[in-house]
Write a protein that binds this ligand. Structure first.
Ligand SMILES: [Mg+2]
Length: 269
């Protein structure tokens, strides 16, 4: 199947956000028309993000600033996937969350108790913590060293998060610091785990051969699609360079300069 046929067959579009639809605070010029065109063609899109520093409400506000109307149902986030995983595997456990207040609130809304009292902790959750303090690093290290049996979970494995000026450390880098101190590695929920694409398909009812993931990173976006057994497209509008693509063992099914190519294909008759 060529790229055109693959896009024509796609009904459910799972979009990475940063680096795919916008970069930091700059919306790409094709994004609004692309989203409108997917709907007009009878398709559906979901925003799929590993970023756990922002809750869905924050994303809805961010997209509204860009002129994109979105509701909770339009998102699959690593925070949601983490809540889903916790409910399945660690129901009713009291959580220590090394993450933002947004993430804590989101987990509380899903029915979990979040505590800073280390004696009460039954499970440790790491997120992309833009409110990180040394105290939190110390707490997590202490918990892992003194109670090695505690479940230890991370929302996403990303080493860096892109900004307009370059990158800042993300959850994976902080987990690296914890690993250096404790020798412990977390179970990771977000991309490249297939959990978010799987959740998206089960929520919407679309089949694997109607679903595709589009993202600017091979080691998270593209791999989550490959791991879920769906079409996986790399866009070159974000973090990945052709040198990185060349050197990567994992390859996407297709490469696009940007997601604008989807729009061009959908507009062809
Ligand atoms: Mg991205």
């Amino acid at each position: 199947m060529n790229k055109h046929e693959a896009i024509k067959q796609t009904k459910l579009y799972l979009f990475d956000m940063d680096g795919t639809l916008y970069l930091g605070d700059r919306l790409y010029d094709f994004t609004i028309e692309l989203l409108q065109t997917i709907k007009a063609c009878g398709g559906k899109y979901l925003f799929m993000t590993n970023n756990s520093s922002k809750s869905v409400a924050d994303y809805i506000k961010k997209l509204a600033k860009f002129g994109i109307e979105a509701t909770r149902e339009d998102f699959i986030t690593s925070s949601q996937a983490t809540a889903y995983y916790l409910k399945e595997h660690h129901k009713d456990q009291t959580l220590y969350v090394c993450g933002t207040n947004s993430l804590k609130k989101e987990l509380e809304m899903e029915g979990f108790t979040v505590t800073e009292n280390l004696d009460e902790v039954e499970c440790i959750v790491m997120g992309f913590d833009t409110e990180l303090t040394f105290k939190k690093l110390e707490d997590v290290s202490k918990l892992l060293l003194t109670r090695p049996e505690l479940p230890y979970i991370a929302t996403n494995p990303d080493l860096v998060c892109p900004t307009e000026y370059g990158s800042v450390p993300d959850c994976g880098s902080v987990c690296g610091m914890i690993f250096n101190a404790t020798g412990k590695k977390p179970i990771v929920i977000g991309k490249p785990s297939p959990l978010m694409p799987q959740l998206a398909m089960s929520h919407t009812g679309f089949a694997k051969d109607e679903t595709a993931v589009f993202g600017d990173r091979i080691y998270t976006d593209v791999k989550s699609g490959l791991n879920a057994g769906i079409l996986s497209v790399l866009v070159m509008s974000g973090e990945t360079t052709y040198e990185i693509l060349e050197a990567s063992e994992e390859k996407p099914h297709f490469v696009m300069e940007s997601a604008k190519e989807i729009l061009e294909i959908l507009k062809e008759k």
